[in-house]
Design a protein around this ligand. Structure first.
Ligand code: ADP
Length: 198
């Protein structure tokens, strides 16, 4: 099944657009796709497994190198690798928080994972970025709360970067793997970036 763009809105105060896609992030033709990685960077299930399978051994080798050199990546941070056989140029490995009920700084860590991913994308010269719904699978973050944190974090980062004259990211997409997640992100988008009419 082809990936389907559900909605796209301009982000006020910037020249960037924010969109929601229903589909598989490994198929996105963007400069960078973001992986919901674990702190070891050595791969796992969920979207991480799908990205590693689609990218092939070059990505495994890059992640192994970063694991050995940096000792992995802490929650709230992000690192860049090549993208192997994927259509993207880079994979940005972002580590989200494990959900423990919300009292352990999960929202701040999730916000940071999104913002750090965009910072890494700018440094790498990437102008289009696709995110999965970080932390809402195996890590257990409730999706409605995570969607609000994610969309707010991206909108804030794009606005601050535009105001600070940083390199432009033209387009950010969230790629949702189920109709249910897509509906939840749609509701959060309507709250955070209300559109004209439908
Ligand atoms: P985390 O450990 O950060 O919770 P998961 O990979 O378990 O990460 O889940 C994050 C989200 O990614 C979930 O909503 C899951 O359904 C989704 N997902 C899984 N595979 C893909 C894929 N190929 N493309 C986009 N999203 C995916």
């Amino acid at each position: 099944m082809e990936n389907r763009l559900l909605v796209q809105r301009p982000v006020p105060g910037t020249a960037s657009r924010l969109g929601l896609v229903r589909g598989d992030i490994t198929r996105e033709r963007v400069d960078a796709i973001v992986n919901a990685a674990n702190p070891s960077l050595l791969g796992g299930g969920g979207v991480d497994g799908a990205i590693h399978r689609a990218a092939g051994p070059e990505l495994d080798a890059d992640c192994r190198r970063l694991h050995d050199e940096l000792g992995g990546c802490p929650p709230g941070q992000a690192v860049v690798t090549t993208a192997g056989r994927l259509p993207a140029r880079h994979v940005i490995h972002a580590v989200g928080p494990v959900w423990h009920g919300g009292g352990r700084g999960e929202a701040a860590t999730l916000r940071s994972a999104y913002r750090q991913s965009l910072a890494r994308a700018r440094e790498a010269g990437d102008r289009s970025v696709a995110f999965p719904s970080i932390s809402t699978g195996a890590y257990g973050y409730p999706v409605a709360e995570a969607a609000r944190v994610a969309l707010r974090a991206v909108v804030e980062e794009l606005r601050e970067a535009a105001a600070g004259g940083q390199p432009l990211i033209d387009e950010v997409r969230f790629v949702l793997f189920s109709d249910a997640d897509a509906a939840v992100y749609r509701a959060a988008l309507d709250e955070i970036l209300p559109g004209e009419g439908a």
